[in-house]
Design a binder for this molecule. Structure first.
Ligand SMILES: Nc1ncnc2c1ncn2[C@@H]1O[C@H](COP(=O)(O)OP(=O)(O)O)[C@@H](O)[C@H]1O
Ligand SMILES: [Mg+2]
Length: 252
């Protein structure tokens, strides 16, 4: 039994004469990590930005939990459970880990579809911050000033902050960028755990990580969906090999 959470149906995004995504369809299911691969400029960030509401679609539709959300803004989507991280970290560097998470939990005001529920109580907010710190593997680091932590821990914190908004969908644009191999493998373990109860879309260049952790891989080339399937199917796909994946990718 799969539960489709977020679905792009035939989405297109044009920038002037350039079509950055053309007729792209992608479904994110609870319990699954879906990786989006493609060379630089293929349209991966554009796709994430349309799903998060940071960019409007030029054409096509986006559905979340069975409702059309194509016209909702990024803050509205965040409130209904669509969370994203950016290619740059997005934390308050002068605040502690705990304060960052508490602020993120507070930003989860009333849900867009339940206009009359109250904002979280202070106690709920503190409880939420504690829970997401544990879930993101940052226990014991609550009082650290965020800006003094390692790059990898700051990315963990950024994910904890997305979790604090009660996201059911995580849209992650290159969360392993700039990490050493030890930090990267910790992050992959974290994504592996988070996927169990949520849907994840992961844009990532590290082939080893993608093939190890993804349930489904979609390959974009020149804004078009070239192939979508299991890691084994993508690895065996001749078109993908010719269009994108270098030989070395197949030694993973
Ligand atoms: N805001 C923008 N304005 C104009 N062109 C853009 C904009 N954002 C992205 N593009 C173009 O769209 C194409 C896809 O970019 P992007 O989605 O960032 O690719 P990727 O994340 O796969 O590297 C590129 O040719 C890029 O230059
Ligand atoms: Mg990008």
């Amino acid at each position: 039994m799969t539960e489709a959470l977020l679905e792009a149906r035939g989405v297109t995004r044009r920038f002037g004469g350039l079509t950055a995504n053309e007729n792209v369809s992608i479904t994110l299911e609870r319990g699954k990590l879906h990786a989006l691969l493609g060379p630089n400029g293929a349209g991966k960030s554009t796709c994430i930005n349309m799903l998060s509401g940071d960019l409007a679609v030029s054409d096509g539709h986006i559905h979340y939990k069975g409702r059309e959300i194509t016209g909702l803004s990024a803050p509205q989507r965040s409130r209904i459970g669509i969370g994203r991280s950016y290619q740059r970290t997005n934390i308050f560097p002068g605040f502690t880990v705990f304060e960052n998470c508490r602020l993120a939990a507070q930003s989860r005001r009333q849900r867009a579809w339940r206009l009359f529920t109250n904002a979280l109580s202070l106690e709920d907010t503190l409880e939420k911050a504690r829970a997401v710190i544990a879930e993101a593997g940052l226990e014991g680091r609550e009082d650290r000033i965020a800006g003094t932590m390692s790059h990898g821990e700051q990315r963990q914190l950024e994910i904890a902050m997305v979790l604090a908004t009660d996201a059911d969908v995580l849209l992650l644009d290159e969360p392993l960028a700039g990490m050493g191999s030890e930090e990267a493998s910790k992050m992959v373990e974290l994504l592996d755990r988070l996927r169990r109860t949520r849907a994840i879309l992961l844009v990532e260049h590290d082939m080893d990580a993608v093939f190890a952790v993804a349930d489904t891989i979609t390959v974009l080339v020149n804004g078009q969906l070239l192939a979508s399937g299991s890691p084994a199917e993508i690895r065996a796909n001749i078109e993908v090999q010719q269009a994108y994946l270098g030989e070395e990718a197949f030694h993973v």
